[in-house]
Write a protein that binds this ligand. Structure first.
Ligand code: SIN
Ligand code: FE2
Length: 208
């Protein structure tokens, strides 16, 4: 333990876990997610190999991450409907900038927020976040709703992974030397409440 509340660095492997950093904001964040996804709905994007992803996604911000048969990219418009993605709410921006600062990355200015919805059974296999032009900026990831097991790997796909339980209100941040580390999310367990889901907000600086 570091002694302070934040950050709680439980392992020296480049993942900074801020337990409960967003705990007092979870209801407000989920209400904003509902507003955003009323305009740009959750959808299961298709990988370049034609497989629908188990995680449903939307975006807010200047650009949004999209996947389809042509590949992965950031786009200023929602391919469903063609309108710009909803603007990034001020609370999203402030929370992500404060978390980055607490994790040792002052000056973070996200221009994209990917919104992931995991229903029980959904998972995200190990991958790198490498579609962004600015790799000097960190990634800030906020967990809401059902807990999930985050898989934190290394620089190569075959490096061993650490499993970290992320609860609602937890934030994880990585950047610098580990910006391109492999990571993923284990298959979400079913809960007692059939309607319950996990929502993840991933803040990034996508454009240079
Ligand atoms: C991601 O890697 O884009 C999502 C991570 C998460 O859902 O915690
Ligand atoms: Fe990722």
């Amino acid at each position: 333990m570091s002694g302070g509340l934040f950050p709680d660095i439980t392992a020296d492997d480049g993942l900074i876990h801020l337990p409960g950093f967003a705990a007092s904001d979870t209801d407000a964040l989920l209400a904003l997610v509902a507003d955003i996804t009323a305009r740009s709905p959750f959808r299961h994007m298709t990988t370049p190999w034609g497989k629908p992803m188990s995680v449903a996604m939307s975006n807010c911000g200047d650009v949004g991450w999209t996947a389809d048969r042509r590949g992965y990219r950031y786009a200023a418009h929602d391919p469903i409907g063609g309108a710009p993605w909803p603007a990034m709410p001020e609370l999203f921006r402030r929370l992500s900038e404060n978390a980055a600062t607490a994790a040792g990355f002052p000056g973070f200015r996200p221009d994209a927020c990917l919104i992931n919805r995991y229903q029980p059974g959904a998972q995200m296999t190990l991958h790198q976040d490498r579609d962004e032009r600015d790799l000097t900026a960190p990634i800030v990831s906020v967990s809401l709703g059902l807990p999930a097991i985050f898989l934190w790997g290394g620089a190569t796909r075959k490096d061993k992974t650490r499993r970290i339980t992320l609860a609602s209100g937890d934030v994880v941040v990585w950047g610098g030397a580990t910006r391109l580390n492999f990571h993923g999310v284990a298959k979400l367990k079913a809960s007692q409440r059939p309607e319950a889901v996990r929502i993840n907000l991933t803040f990034r600086k996508a454009r240079a």
